[in-house]
Ligand binder design. Structure first.
Ligand code: GAL
Length: 810
């Protein structure tokens, strides 16, 4: 009894100690500086521009991240072709002049680039630091030996060469399109990507946490140090702490391991993505010499050959989307606010997973997936040694694949959201016996750095004997792209294997455009070289009725995946439309039709099919619009959930009650058009759940401006997205309105992009005007540094139709 009491008191004291210890307000010693500001840029090649005294006074000044391709004009003649977005590529140089204070002389100073497309070469004060061909990889250079301090400036020069084309099957962007930072550390410090946190044992009661820390001693002295790591919960309270001592020889690297235990851990999952962090401090003679934070989410997951995926012991279907890296009108620019909006739109649809196709992602995407509760499949490559297009990564394969794959894993392995490593997408070597050894080599590279996540590959060949990547026996999880009708045989064909639909659907839609499915099911022809019998205006119907011949409609595919427990889940190709790959159309089509959401971020109708299936929200979505020719037969579809039936009315008269039968995912009516109002009512047990009305709209008379937030940070990064709706005098959306909308921004803001989501729109994303497309468009605004309220005015035909909105500066 007494012993127990003592034990309890000890526990209580340790808890109190732990809770207070973290409140210490020791100042960070590691400095991480934003290095994006005030670069000079010039398109073209300047063989002497690495020299410190090279004159760049007439070069443009800009802030990173920057993508020069998105600033250009569309043309079918650009070497990247419409598949690459029909935008210019080429070569460009960036230069930045900066001073460092004398007190930084004894430090170790590193520059970190999150991504440069492509073939970047970096010089500091004329010294060559290196080249990284892969446009999606993050990298760093140690600058210490070449820096100037005090009055004498430093010059960093970066050459970017994206001239060899085509080198991508989609729009890549060109330039330093992700963030750059400068890191100032002491001689004894935690190395670049120098921590690795894992949770080898997790239960409701407790979690074991394992931390590896790679220490780097760049001094000429052997050192003894103390390593103190604390786990801090989301309320910023320390819940566990380990302190250890070790020594390291001069000019050496050493890995230290620390183990922790957390009682009653809060688990990370997609509904409550609870995040801890590990704060690591290095002391030399009780002086703090480095501090470093590692994200930590405590979760366990499993892929099962029969039951599919589970997270923290709970079965869960993966409801995923593939996403390319571009952010529409911003091009390849990696912007946290843009990515957050993209992921928010996906989450609202019910998405719980992202496949980053087909390359290493931005850092921000993974941070946001950690915070928002989205599972990630991180993917390394779209090609190995065998090319897909002339100048793609196959040229770099031999020299770079090991380093690039290692760097991807080292950078991303601390993110709780990352649960799968994909070593490739539709890799040609699956058809070739060289695939066996290559797969084993790549899996081994990943496993040497991280054994906690399954390694997968997105395959297309599903005849086991013919697929050499599968034959390697090295994959933990088989990813299959498309061919949903073949899934039924998989348990037989791939006995005991864990399976995910790594890519599916490839349906095509233009937002707001409707060809009646009862009249014309426009299907993709069954071979590549037969032209698609499409529409003259390069549109594809937004009823879920057209898909690539290798794919399926959204409904067909989801019905199959839903019915098979052994398929862990699926990734739709794609969540958003993206720049490039405009199949099935030729130029002027220049962006893809595959998205559930258009390039501007505006949902297509099928978004609500997923919402009705993948969320518990009450959904009733009725379409199309109600502006048709008198007497025309119109297919009216409704997606709904949480209800038994939907009744449709035309001008007050019932057109009948429908309910989904068997595995139906929508209900429909064929309605001879009469202008007026269609109204849908969903009911459960006779009670009304939702009602939706669509009215025949008149001519454009008003503009509605809808902002995604009311205020903006004054930091050059935050963005406000404003959706513009063209309305008639009764506030109905005018469904085919294509008026030119002119924007004017005054006060503390400026326009960074416009878009209307139309795949064949050739006007500039960087203009201050755009035509509405099917009644809608967007304008994207950021602050300009002035502490003034931002006022946006949108107008049609001079002052005939005007609307305005204010955005506050935070
Ligand atoms: C897949 C490929 C994707 C995209 C898609 C279009 O085969 O993996 O990158 O090209 O086809 O349907």
């Amino acid at each position: 009894m007494k012993k127990d009491l003592v034990k309890h008191i000890v526990i209580l004291f340790s808890v109190l100690f732990l809770m207070t210890a973290c409140k210490s307000s020791e100042k960070d010693i590691r400095q991480v500086k934003d290095f994006n500001f005030a670069w000079r840029f010039q398109l073209g090649d300047f063989p002497d521009a690495m020299k410190a005294d090279f004159d760049v006074s007439n070069w443009r000044t800009l802030n990173l991240p920057h993508d020069w391709s998105i600033e250009g004009a569309f043309s079918a003649e650009h070497p990247a072709k419409p598949e690459g977005g029909a935008l210019p590529t080429g070569m460009g140089w960036y230069r930045k002049t900066f001073n460092l204070s004398e007190d930084l002389k004894d430090k170790v100073i590193t520059v970190e680039f999150d991504g440069v497309y492509r073939n970047s070469e970096v010089w500091l004060n004329g010294h060559y630091l290196g080249k990284r061909p892969y446009g999606y990889i993050s990298f760093a250079y140690n600058l210490t030996d070449y820096l100037n301090f005090g009055e004498q400036p430093n010059v960093m020069a970066v050459k970017v060469d994206n001239s060899e084309q085509p080198n991508s099957r989609w729009y890549s962007g060109s330039g330093i399109y992700r963030n750059v930072r400068l890191v100032v550390a002491e001689k004894l410090h935690i190395a670049h990507w120098g921590t690795f946190v894992t949770t080898p044992d997790v239960s409701k009661e407790k979690a074991k946490v394992n931390l590896e820390v790679m220490l780097q001693n760049d001094s000429n002295l052997d050192k003894t140090f103390k390593l103190v790591s604390s786990i801090v919960n989301a309320e910023n309270v320390q819940v566990s702490m380990v302190s250890s001592e070790a020594s390291i020889q001069k000019n050496n690297i050493k890995t230290a391991v620390q183990e922790f235990e957390i009682l009653n851990p809060m688990l990370w999952d997609t509904k409550n993505p609870y995040l801890y962090k590990v704060v690591t401090k290095v002391y030399e003679d009780s002086k703090l010499v480095d501090n470093y934070e590692t994200p930590l989410g405590i979760r366990y997951f499993n892929f099962d050959a029969e039951r599919g995926f589970s997270l923290n012991g709970k079965p869960m279907k993966i409801h995923g989307v593939c996403l390319h890296h571009d952010n529409g009108a911003l091009g390849a620019v990696a912007n946290r606010a843009a990515i957050k909006r993209k992921l928010t739109i996906m989450k609202d649809m019910g998405v719980n997973a992202i496949r980053v196709s087909h390359n290493p992602s931005s850092v921000e995407l993974l941070q946001l997936c950690d915070e928002m509760g989205l599972i990630v499949q991180a993917e390394a490559f779209d090609v190995w040694k065998k090319k897909k297009v002339k100048a793609d990564y196959h040229l770099e394969w031999d020299k770079w694949h090991k380093r690039d794959l290692e760097d991807l894993v080292k950078r991303d392995r601390n993110h709780p959201s990352v649960m799968m490593w994909s070593i490739g997408n539709e890799i040609r070597e699956q058809f070739d016996s060289t695939g066996v050894a290559m797969t084993r080599e790549l899996v081994n590279i990943v496993k040497t750095l991280d054994k906690t996540r399954p390694v997968t590959c997105a395959l297309t060949e599903n005849v086991p004997d013919k697929n050499f990547i599968y034959q390697s026996g090295a994959l933990d999880l088989l990813g299959f792209n498309y061919k949903h009708k073949d899934y039924y045989d998989f348990p037989e064909k791939f006995k005991g294997e864990k399976i995910i639909a790594s890519e599916s659907v490839s349906a095509l839609e233009t937002r707001g455009h409707y060809d009646m499915p009862s009249d014309s099911i426009k299907r993709w022809p069954s071979a590549h070289n037969v032209p698609f019998d499409g529409n003259d205006d390069f549109t594809v119907s937004a009823y879920d009725q057209v898909s690539a011949y290798w794919g399926a409609t959204h409904e067909e595919n989801w019905k199959t995946v839903k019915s098979l427990d052994y398929i862990s889940g699926m990734f739709i190709w794609t969540g958003f439309d993206y720049l490039g790959e405009p199949i099935p159309y030729p130029y002027p089509a220049r962006s893809s039709y595959f998205g559930v959401v258009d390039l501007a971020g505006i949902p297509k109708d099928v978004y609500y099919m997923y919402q009705s299936e993948w969320t518990n929200k009450d959904v009733l979505h009725v379409f199309p619009h109600w502006n048709w020719e008198a007497g025309q037969d119109v297919d009216v579809w409704a997606y709904y959930n949480n209800a038994d039936e939907v009744e449709l009315f035309l001008n007050g008269k019932s057109l009948g009650v429908r309910s989904k039968q068997n595995d139906d995912l929508h209900v429909s009516w064929r309605v001879p058009f009469q202008s007026g109002t269609i109204k849908a009512v969903s009911r459960k047990g006779g009670e009304v759940v939702l009602e939706k009305e669509i009215h025949t709209a008149g001519t454009p008379s008003k503009i509605e401006l809808v902002t995604d937030k009311k205020s903006i940070k004054n930091d050059d990064y935050d963005l406000v997205y404003v959706t513009v709706n063209v309305l008639d005098e009764n506030e109905n959306l005018v469904p085919e309105a294509n008026n030119l909308i002119k924007f004017e921004v005054t006060g503390g803001g400026e326009i960074v992009g416009v878009d209307n989501g139309y795949q064949a729109n050739l006007s500039s994303f960087k203009a201050s005007e755009i035509k509405a497309y099917n009644g809608k468009c967007i304008v994207i605004i950021k602050s300009n540094g002035k502490e003034e309220i931002i006022n946006l005015v949108a107008s049609i035909d001079g002052d005939r139709i005007v609307a305005s909105v204010d955005i506050k500066i935070e």
